[in-house]
Design a protein around this ligand. Structure first.
Ligand code: PLP
Length: 432
């Protein structure tokens, strides 16, 4: 059997059976992975790769405790879409306990896209408003309802279908955006941009249902919003009768180290009205959740809380979800994300001093990007160089992605069991 698919074979397979349904990393020379453990993935030859990109395998690939919890639950009660079960109640309690008190009602769904789709439905139902403000280069999912609010498009689906109810605000990017690190108050300046959109929308007789943003933009360019931005935006949006949706699908669940949720980096004063989560919460198992306030939930459906989908919150998903939370706690993975993340930033800062290609390093915890530039002054994205580097790194059995709208950002978002040695090894290899 071939250990790798060639580009021609991949294309042929896609045409015949797979379609464009899976995004293949390293499309020029795809890797065929057969198993994974902890922070490592193995190909057919048994070659071991250090996984620096798989933020879905949050507590580590195939963690034995997660496997055991899932197996045990599958033997006991495998599916249950219409009745209460203990796991559902306990998991909802544990999730809501990680959030400020007002965020108390969970809706369980199956992917980040479904979670954001439902969040928008809730927001629109709440006051009957329709318009949504999204950020430039945002990505919130692949469903039709989300295409317009996801200006960063993986696949160009729906490219030409901008709808009048979607408004795009500038990304609060202080490295490449409109207001940069030398601006005295970028948080207020970017928030004013949102305010202008709200006023314009109102002049046109329309009403804001929601502002939606990733707590840190991931594929949109590793953007960490300046502190205070969300709080100000939330004030403007709420004054216009809308709600604030924080998309934590990529960055939540302890990844930022200091906090369990990335929106908490904005300060204690800021609490979103709706939080969506996905990827890491199931450690690879498809599951996601929307958590909102009772007030918003009660605007949904005749009895206040009517909502149904077949698989969301099934006993196995909830068992896995709780196992993931147990491991984060027992193995102090949030602390590990903080410590290893800081160390990684230190190592990368040394690279910035040495290599003119390194324009900026941005990150919190185990969510770190290295913005490669051809020219330090102009900040011209070094796309070809970034792509070249990730292929070279793959040859050295390190998996990194080239991310962002220009695909020039080397992205670290590894499983949270990533160690200091892994960080050192990855950075030394990049350096070489
Ligand atoms: N939101 C964000 C921030 C994402 O990065 C993604 C996926 O990459 C999604 C939503 C959609 O999640 P899913 O692919 O599970 O539907």
């Amino acid at each position: 059997m071939e250990e790798r698919y060639s580009k021609a074979e991949t294309l042929a397979l896609r045409r015949k059976h797979i379609g464009p349904s899976c995004k293949v990393f390293f499309a020029k020379d795809p890797l065929k992975i057969v198993r994974a453990q902890g922070q490592y993935m193995f190909d057919e030859k048994g070659e071991k790769y250090l996984d620096c990109i798989n933020n879905v395998a949050h507590v580590g690939h195939s963690h034995p405790y997660v496997v055991q919890a899932a197996t045990k639950q599958m033997e006991l009660l495998n599916t249950n879409s219409r009745f209460l079960h203990d796991n559902l109640v306990q998991y909802a309690q544990r999730l809501t306990a990680t959030l400020p008190e007002k965020l108390s009602v969970c809706y369980f769904v199956n992917s980040g896209s479904e979670a954001n789709d439902l969040a928008l439905r809730l927001a629109r139902q709440y006051h009957g408003h329709q318009d949504v403000i999204t950020l430039e280069n945002a990505y919130h999912g692949h469903l039709t309802s989300l295409i317009d609010i996801s200006p960063y498009k993986f696949n160009q689906l729906g490219k030409d279908c901008k709808k009048e109810y979607v408004h795009v605000a500038p990304s609060p990017d202080i490295y490449r955006g409109k207001y940069r690190e030398d601006h005295p108050d970028p948080a207020s300046a970017y928030a004013e941009e949102v305010k202008k959109i709200i006023e314009e929308t109102q002049k046109n007789g329309r009403k804001i249902a929601a502002f939606i943003a990733e707590s840190m933009q991931s594929c949109g360019g590793q953007v960490i919003p300046p502190v205070g931005y969300f709080q100000k935006v939330a004030e403007y949006v709420r004054a216009a009768g809308g709600v604030f949706i924080a998309d934590e699908v990529q960055v939540g669940f302890g990844r930022v180290g200091k906090h369990f949720w990335a929106f908490q980096l904005q300060g204690d004063d800021f609490v979103p009205d709706i939080v969506t989560m996905g990827k890491p919460i199931g450690n690879g198992h498809p599951m996601s959740c929307v958590i909102t306030t009772r007030e918003i939930a009660e605007s949904f459906g005749a009895s206040g809380l009517e909502y149904f989908n077949t698989f969301g919150g099934n006993p196995v998903s909830c068992a896995i979800g709780m196992a993931v939370m147990d491991i984060i706690e027992k193995e102090d993975l949030q602390g590990n994300a903080r410590r290893v993340g800081n160390y990684l930033l230190e190592l990368l800062a040394e690279q910035k001093k040495k290599h003119p290609l390194v324009g900026d390093i941005r990150g919190v915890g185990l969510f770190v990007g290295v913005d490669l530039v051809k020219d330090q002054q102009k900040r011209t994205p070094a796309t070809a160089e970034a792509l070249h580097l990730i292929y070279k790194l793959k040859e050295h059995q390190i998996l990194l992605s080239a991310d962002g709208p220009y695909r020039n950002i080397l992205k670290f978002k590894p499983p949270m069991c990533f160690t200091m040695e892994d960080a050192k090894h990855a950075v030394e290899t990049i350096d070489a």
